[in-house]
Design a protein around this ligand. Sequence first.
Ligand SMILES: [Zn+2]
Length: 284
Amino acid sequence: MFKKLMNEILIQFDLKTESPLLVRSSSESSELEPNSARVQYLKTYRVDKESNFKLNPILPGSSIKGVFRSNSERLLGNCCDIVGSKKTNKCLSKVKLEEEKNKKEKNGKQLTGTDIYLMNCAACRLFGNLNLKSRISFKDAYPKEGHEPIMNIRNNVAIDRFTGAAKDAALFDSEVVEDGVFTCEIKLENAAKWHVKLILGIIENINNGFITFGGGSTKGFGKMKVEKFSFLLRRYKNLEREESKFDLDNLKNVLEDINIQDEILKEDESAKEKSEKKEAINFL
Ligand SMILES: [Zn+2]
């Protein structure tokens, strides 16, 4: 249904740590290295300017996507809860898909891509699921050049609530990014205004400290600030390309009157109409 590329958005920003950041590596440190923390921060090799392979702490795109998805589900309401506590995934119900297919076939029609799109919740329409392609992608975020991250080992001693004594200190030694700036990039294809408004809401929640990254949020870990935000919109029409750039305040002004729920309702109506006429949906 979205074969035609109508617009593309490139959002770039820095995420600066406001408290220790802990993204766990899947491997635990070996017993042979008694001085290293038991919980290691996730690192990956990358070629630097001088063509040297360097081990860098990273903030994986999949983690950033998880943070944006779970908070979108919360902001939108009435969505699947894929990363949250309820773990509901109502959009992927095979029973529902079969029911809709049978209903259509009874009326001599076939289930189209638009029908499937309309069956999905707002979060799945943006972030995708196994049946629906995602419209948003998140790059792995690396430390910003010129901002060498400061690593530290935090001793998060677990206290036995009964005796008040330390349980097993070593188990809770975690390597964290104490101070770091990560460069992030988000891409959107065929975006609607409500997608962008939603992203702005998430950025606001990050800056207010309501959203955290990585582990240890109960200990106050993972608070970050969005800095140096830039937004590039490319529109494609009749083989022509039109570009506009916005900063954060600009973008907030442009989208001030946009109501996300109203826009989703409008999108539903428009998709139903256009699906009858077999036309593409209008976006930004
Ligand atoms: Zn869903």
